[in-house]
Design a protein around this ligand. Structure first.
Ligand SMILES: [Zn+2]
Length: 375
């Protein structure tokens, strides 16, 4: 690196905008086993030092892992242990690099999402899976555009296990749930969070109303009627909630096809969400990081139609109206240049994935987050 782009310390005046004139001075080198000699710099404003590695996705890393390869493998139904065997590193290293990749994926998604067409209908549906054990089912609610199948955002809710159970299972549930409190109306909260983001991002004018398509769950109907998108409709603003019966065949003609399609793809491509899998998630925050990597790959790397001609390489993001040059430029940066939280304008759900603040049921301690992820 010839010149650092800005001061990496968020409290420094040269963090958000560095002057054109040389604002740093060279401060020698330090040697690393993995990356060779690394140049150090000192900021003329805050007098603090940093290195070229500070701006790299490999910041603080002691071992090289190809993020491009990791992304492809995460999207190919590989579990953490399987990844550690393939990449010849520990499970901890796999989780660490997955978190880094997730933050990079969140960063480019937050910057590219406003460039997509804002007029498409949006499907919202929940993927039902579980964390730790089947006594802690979850609902990962995902918003996706109806035609281009561009995943917009996602969130997580832990639910109580319900339905028919044997008496022995009921006893285990009682034992596991002792001393635990479950969030009230978690499904409604998840759906409302995604509506908040649609309200901020998408057009909902009377001429181009926002159409939200879901199944007939009562929680969705209740949350929609309580939301500002419904309550603040007037002569200029309009939002339509279209509900679809879950009994309708899950074909291309189903208005919820985009959600059904993504649900099927996640079940196929994510080890933690396969049916009867031994690779289920043990930690919600880590699971959300893997989901962020997967949806980043789905939007910006995966071909829109696998059956299309081999020359047709459009991704879901391109179908949603984002230019391929912009996507390619951002993707190139994504694997190399570290994204800084302080320089991004993230949605609350993206911030929770970044900060790993989704709690795991039955675990009191928060997921580990390295200090540099806060920068
Ligand atoms: Zn500085």
């Amino acid at each position: 690196m010839r010149a650092p782009p800005f001061c990496p310390y968020s409290t420094c005046t040269y963090h958000t905008r560095a002057p054109v004139a040389r604002w740093w001075i060279r401060s020698g080198f330090y040697d690393t086993k993995c990356f060779g000699p690394i140049p150090r710099f000192r900021c003329r404003s805050c007098q603090r030092t940093f290195s070229s590695q500070t701006f790299s996705t490999n910041y603080y890393a002691k071992r090289k892992v190809d993020f491009h390869v990791l992304e492809g493998l995460i999207a190919s139904s590989m579990s953490i242990r399987s990844l550690s065997r393939t990449l010849k590193c520990s499970c901890g290293t796999v989780v660490n690099r997955t978190d880094r990749l997730a933050r990079q994926a969140i960063s480019i998604h937050a910057q590219l999402r406003p460039c997509a067409s804002l007029h498409e209908d949006v499907c919202i549906d929940g993927l039902v899976s579980f964390d730790r054990s089947q006594y802690f089912p979850n609902n990962i609610t995902i918003a996706i555009t109806a035609d281009s199948r561009y995943a917009l955002s996602f969130t997580h809710a832990t639910l109580r296990r319900s339905g028919s159970m044997r008496s022995s299972q009921k006893k285990i549930r009682e034992k596991l749930y002792r001393g635990l409190t479950f969030e009230q109306r978690a499904l409604e909260r998840s759906f409302s969070e995604l509506l908040d983001e649609l309200e901020r991002d998408r057009t909902h004018q009377i001429r181009q109303p926002l159409v939200v398509i879901t199944d007939e769950k009562r929680e969705y109907v209740r949350a929609f009627k309580a939301h500002r998108l419904f309550r603040n409709q007037d002569a200029d603003h309009r939002t339509v909630h279209r509900t679809v019966s879950s009994r309708l065949p899950r074909t291309f003609l189903n208005p919820l096809f985009a959600s059904n399609y993504l649900d099927r793809e996640i079940r196929k491509d994510q080890a933690a969400h396969r049916r009867e899998s031994t690779s289920f998630g043990r930690n919600v925050a880590n699971g959300m990081s893997r989901m962020a990597c997967y949806l980043g790959w789905h939007n910006y790397s995966k071909r829109f139609l696998i059956k299309a001609s081999v020359k047709e390489n459009k991704t879901h993001a391109e179908k949603a109206g984002i230019s391929s040059k912009l996507i390619n430029d951002m993707r190139r940066m994504m694997f190399k240049k570290r994204a800084f939280l302080s320089l991004l304008n993230l949605d609350p759900t993206e911030k929770r994935v970044w900060l790993k603040s989704f709690p795991t049921p039955g675990m009191n301690r928060a997921a580990y987050l390295p200090a540099f992820a806060l920068g």
